[in-house]
Design a protein around this ligand. Structure first.
Ligand code: ADP
Length: 470
C-alpha cells in the first residue's frame, strides 16, 4: 500500500505545532509497519532545508488562474526521516521563513495544492491513498475528482485528517478562478456559508474523515466553528483516532536537549537536575514547584486567562511556586504575560517565541504542565509531559479528557478542571502545590504516567483500518 501524506508541516522539516509532530511521526511508523508512506509539503526556508541533501525529482509548469508558475519537486536524498519527504518549491511564493501568517497564504497554499495534484497526475502509477491534513490540503480531494485536467486521479481514495477545525482556509468566491478548470455543477462541494471553504470541501469530498481524538470527533458536532451540521451529516464516514507520540524523539533517556537523561527508575534525581538547569537559566528557586505552559498564546489555548490566573496565584500563594511560560501568539496576551513577569520577577518568567530545545528542557524540568485549553483536538503537550514525568493540569476537553485521569479518581495521575477561567486554574494550582508536598504520591504519579504507552504503533493500525475500508 502506498500512502501520500499532504501537509503544510512535518517535523523536523518545518513545525508550528502538533500537525508537524504527527506528520513527522505517522509515516515513519507506517513504513515500519510495511506501508510505503511518503510526505509532500511546501519548501520553506527552514534550517532542515539547508542542512540536508536534496535531489530534483520533477519540474513542471502549472496554472493558478491566469498565472503560469513553475514548480520543482525535490526529495530528501538520504532517507533521514525514515520515509520519503518531497518539498514543493514555488519560487517567491512558498520559499519563505515562516510557514503561515502571510497576506497571500490563500494563493500560497492553493498553488501548493495545484502543484501536488499536477505532479501526481503525471506519475505513471496511482497511489493507494492520498491522505490530506487540515485545510492546507483540503482542496485536493475536490481537485482530484472535479478538475478536468486531473481526471486520471478521480478514483484515488482520499482521507482527510482534521487536526484543528478552527482554521478552515476560507476563500472569497472571487478567487474561484484560482482553482484549475473544474466542473461548475459541483460548486456546492466547495461552498460553505457563502464562501469557498477548503476544510468543508475536504469533509464533503474525502472518502473518510478522521479527527485526532475520539472526544474531538463528538465535540465537532456541536462546536466546529460553523461546520457542526456538516460534520453531523457526514458522521458515518468520520472516525476519531488518538494521536501517538514519537518515542524516538520524545524519550527522556535519550533526548539530547536535556541536561541529564532519566528513566522511570531515576525520575526524581533526573528531573531535579533538569529543573536546576532551567531554574539557573531563568533565575528561579529549584526547591519550589515549577509550573510551565508551552504553546500558542491564543484564545484556543486559553492563554488570555493566564495573566489573571497567575496574578491571583501569586497573590494567594506568594512566591511558593515558580512559573515559566514559553510561547508566542496574540500581542495582547504576550504583553499581559510579559508585564506580569516584570512585576513578579522572582517567580514568573516568560519566553516569547518558538524554541524547540527549551520546550524539551521544560517538559523534563517541570513538576506541572498547565493546559487550560478551550479547544484541544488531541493535545500533544500533555502526552510529552507525562512521558517526562510531569503532571498534566488540563481542562476536560477533547483529547485532554481522553488522555488524562484526575488524581482524585482511581489510578489517576493528573489534575483536571472544568472551566477555562481564573477560579479553576487557581484551584488546580492549589491542588498541585499540595501534591508537590506529598513526595510519595508525586513519585507514584510520575512513575505511573511515564509508563503509559502512547506509541504510534497502535495508532498506525487504526489508520490502516481506515485505508482498508476505502
Ligand atoms: P497545537 O494546537 O499548537 O498544534 P499541540 O498540543 O497539538 O498543539 O502541539 C503543540 C506542539 O508544538 C508540541 O510539540 C509543543 O511542544 C510545540 N510548541 C508549541 N509552542 C511552542 C513553542 N513556543 N516553542 C516550542 N515548541 C512549541
Amino acid at each position: 500500500m502506498e500512502v501520500v501524506h499532504i501537509s503544510a508541516e512535518c517535523y523536523p522539516v518545518a513545525k508550528a505545532g502538533g500537525l508537524g509532530d504527527v506528520v513527522g511521526a505517522l509515516p515513519k511508523y507506517q513504513n515500519k509497519a510495511g506501508i510505503v508512506a511518503k510526505v509532500v509539503m511546501p519548501m520553506y526556508r527552514t534550517p532542515f532545508l539547508y542542512s540536508s541533501s536534496w535531489v530534483v525529482d520533477y519540474k513542471a509548469k502549472a496554472f493558478m488562474g491566469a498565472w503560469e508558475f513553475e514548480y520543482t519537486i525535490i526529495k530528501e536524498a538520504n532517507n533521514k526521516l525514515g520515509f520519503d519527504v518531497y518539498l514543493v518549491d514555488i519560487h517567491g511564493l512558498l520559499d519563505r521563513q515562516k510557514i503561515y501568517g502571510y497576506p497571500d497564504d490563500t494563493e500560497r497554499f492553493t498553488a501548493f495544492q495545484i502543484a501536488v495534484v499536477h505532479w501526481m497526475s503525471h506519475w505513471n502509477h496511482r497511489p493507494s491513498v492520498v491522505h490530506c491534513h487540515d485545510y492546507h490540503a483540503g482542496l485536493i480531494p475536490f481537485m482530484m475528482q472535479h478538475c478536468y485536467d486531473y481526471q486520471n486521479l478521480k478514483e484515488v481514495p482520499s482521507v482527510l485528517t482534521i487536526h484543528n477545525a478552527q482554521y478552515q482556509g476560507w476563500m472569497d468566491w472571487n478567487k474561484s478562478t484560482l482553482i484549475p478548470r473544474w466542473d461548475l455543477s459541483k460548486k456546492g462541494l466547495l461552498d460553505w456559508g457563502g464562501s469557498i471553504n477548503p476544510l468543508a470541501a475536504a469533509i464533503k469530498c474525502a472518502r473518510k474523515v478522521t479527527t485526532v481524538s475520539p472526544s474531538y470527533m463528538l465535540e465537532l458536532m456541536h462546536h466546529a466553528n460553523g461546520l457542526e451540521t456538516l460534520i453531523a451529516s457526514e458522521k458515518n464516514k468520520c472516525v476519531g483516532i488518538l494521536n501517538g507520540i514519537d518515542h524516538e524523539v520524545w524519550n527522556p533517556s535519550t533526548d539530547n536537549y536535556l541536561t541529564e537523561y532519566f528513566s522511570v527508575k531515576t525520575v526524581t534525581a533526573g528531573k531535579q537536575k533538569n529543573k536546576q538547569n532551567i531554574c539557573d537559566q531563568f533565575g528561579l528557586d529549584a526547591a519550589k514547584p515549577l509550573f510551565v505552559f508551552i504553546g500558542r498564546l491564543v484564545g484556543e489555548k486559553a492563554a488570555d486567562v493566564l495573566p489573571g490566573a497567575l496574578h491571583i496565584a501569586v497573590q494567594t500563594y506568594g512566591a511558593k511556586a515558580s512559573y515559566v511560560i514559553l510561547g508566542s501568539g496574540e500581542p495582547a496576551v504576550e504583553a499581559g504575560l510579559t508585564n506580569l513577569a516584570l512585576a513578579n520577577n522572582n517567580c514568573i518568567k516568560v519566553s516569547v517565541g518558538y524554541n524547540e530545545s527549551l520546550s524539551h528542557g521544560l517538559y523534563a524540568a517541570a513538576d506541572f504542565l498547565l493546559m487550560p485549553s478551550r479547544v484541544e483536538p488531541c493535545g500533544l503537550n500533555q502526552l510529552y509531559a507525562m512521558r517526562y514525568g510531569t503532571v498534566p493540569m488540563v481542562r476536560s476537553t477533547g483529547g485532554l479528557q481522553d488522555t488524562v485521569i484526575d488524581m482524585g479518581d482511581e489510578g489517576g495521575y493528573g489534575i483536571r478542571f472544568t472551566h477555562a477561567n481564573e477560579t479553576d486554574i487557581v484551584q488546580s494550582i492549589r491542588r498541585a502545590v499540595e501534591v508537590f508536598e506529598n513526595k510519595k504520591h508525586l513519585l507514584w504519579m510520575r512513575e505511573r504516567m511515564m509508563q503509559i504507552n502512547h506509541s504510534w504503533e497502535q495508532t498506525v493500525q487504526s489508520y490502516t483500518r481506515v485505508y482498508d475500508s476505502i
